[in-house]
Design a protein around this ligand. Sequence first.
Ligand code: HEM
Ligand code: HEM
Length: 162
Amino acid sequence: MKTRTGYSGLQILLHWATAVLVVFNWFYSDGMGRALRAHLGDAASSRPPSMNPDIHVWTGVVVLGLVLLRLALRAVQGTPRAVSDGWVGRAAVWGHRLLYVLLLATPLLGIAAWFGGVKALGDPHELAADALLWVAGAHAIVALWHHHVLHDRVLLRMVRPE
Ligand code: HEM
Ligand code: HEM
């Protein structure tokens, strides 16, 4: 993979668009369990949910598209090297890999449940979404720690294209 000094403008745009849509979809999910049962023709859940499931479904599909675009762009344009050496740098690399795994697994499990009709994958989808939010939350705290405590350029490189 190519190493560069920072992220490109498009990589930065995709990072923040993904972050906003993931957080939005996590909060706009209450009622999806009932929506899934109704969608799969479960007669016992005739009461419609008080939300529009299409918004959750299509926002999630867009997230998957943006993540695939990000991974393709990453392969072509490369990414900057971790700022720290040793285990701290390796933790950053593995933390980002874990984020990508959860960013792919969450919408794919949702798609398998909704479009594939595999109801049993609804719970793993919810678990993956919760894990994604926790890991992303920790990731955001680390980014803010770099900026406000360590006073390095880590946060700025996800703001200013280089
Ligand atoms: C990255 C994007 C996504 C996030 C963060 C997310 C988050 C969530 C969360 C937190 C729940 C639990 C809701 C509850 O409290 O009942 C949920 C449920 C659900 N989501 Fe997603 N979701 C995403 C993408 C998708 C996609 C792409 C689809 C389908 C195409 C989908 C379909 C569903 C379904 C069917 C449920 C109900 C599962 C069940 O209760 O068995 N989601 N989602
Ligand atoms: C749901 C929310 C978020 C997700 C899913 C997410 C995901 C990611 C991923 C996968 C990367 C690795 C990029 C790459 O090298 O290809 C990354 C980098 C980065 N993120 Fe996030 N992020 C989120 C929210 C945030 C927030 C809220 C902040 C700031 C407070 C932030 C700051 C950063 C920074 C500074 C980098 C670059 C780190 C470096 O250059 O080593 N992220 N993010």
